[in-house]
Design a protein around this ligand. Sequence first.
Ligand code: KMH
Ligand code: ZN
Length: 279
Amino acid sequence: MTGTLITVAPTGAEVDKDEVPALPVTLDELVDTAKRCEHAGASIIHVHLRDDRAKPTLDPVRLRDAVAALRDTTDLIVQLSTGGSVRDGEAARLAVLDAEPDMASCTMGTVNFGDDVFMNRWAFIVELHHRMRDKAVVPEYELFDLGHLAALERLLDKEGLPFGGHVHVDFVLGVPGGAAGDASTVTAFAEGVRRYLPEGTTFSATGIGRTTLPVMLASLAHGGHLRVGMEDTVSFARRQPVRGNHQLVERAAEAAALAQRPAITTVEARKLLRMRDAG
Ligand code: KMH
Ligand code: ZN
């Protein structure tokens, strides 16, 4: 059993900056939050960008600039979102990989997403899986529903392992339309990983909104890793808005230490995930 890999997802595509002023949306704000989160114990940053009006964007120049700025100022593993927002098309989502991140997300199926639909066709998933491997980008397979586990088993069976040979997944729980964010659902996913995915597969988990704490604690109990951040929750506690992403990372690191699996470093995380520069 290793220590705990902590991913921060600082921005996302859904939270409105006007409603949540602490949300990092400019490159300076992103870099500032990244530095603070690395200091607090994060080793991966899951990145969505915003434009000058703070709306979600997959602009290729902004993506490249963000990857460069995060590499210049932190040792964090840079994971770009290929999920984008529910309005982004497949071509723009695939083109995210041209920014040459260390990692990228790959969602394992279509899911209702509040009143919207987060579309992930099988052919799109296969294309993303291949392009990531060709570019030596390590995937994080995002699982929003239990069926996504079976889809990932099928993908690996038909198309082979990802770059580096290690499989890492993230349970995104509590999305309205996806799997619930509670302890028994984390248990079902953790058992599914053991049953359907290659030996040694690692998983992290995140719970949307108020499900953040039960999901975090259940993931630790199952030997899993953690994702936290303002993409997923903007409340620290009842009537207590999150002041910054570092606050969520600090709490995750405290919980991990309490579970006797303290946060791992970025160097250890690169080794765990078999990244190209793992040394
Ligand atoms: N914004 C959601 C529609 C990902 O980053 O890969 C999709 C999402 C998943 O956030
Ligand atoms: Zn995301």
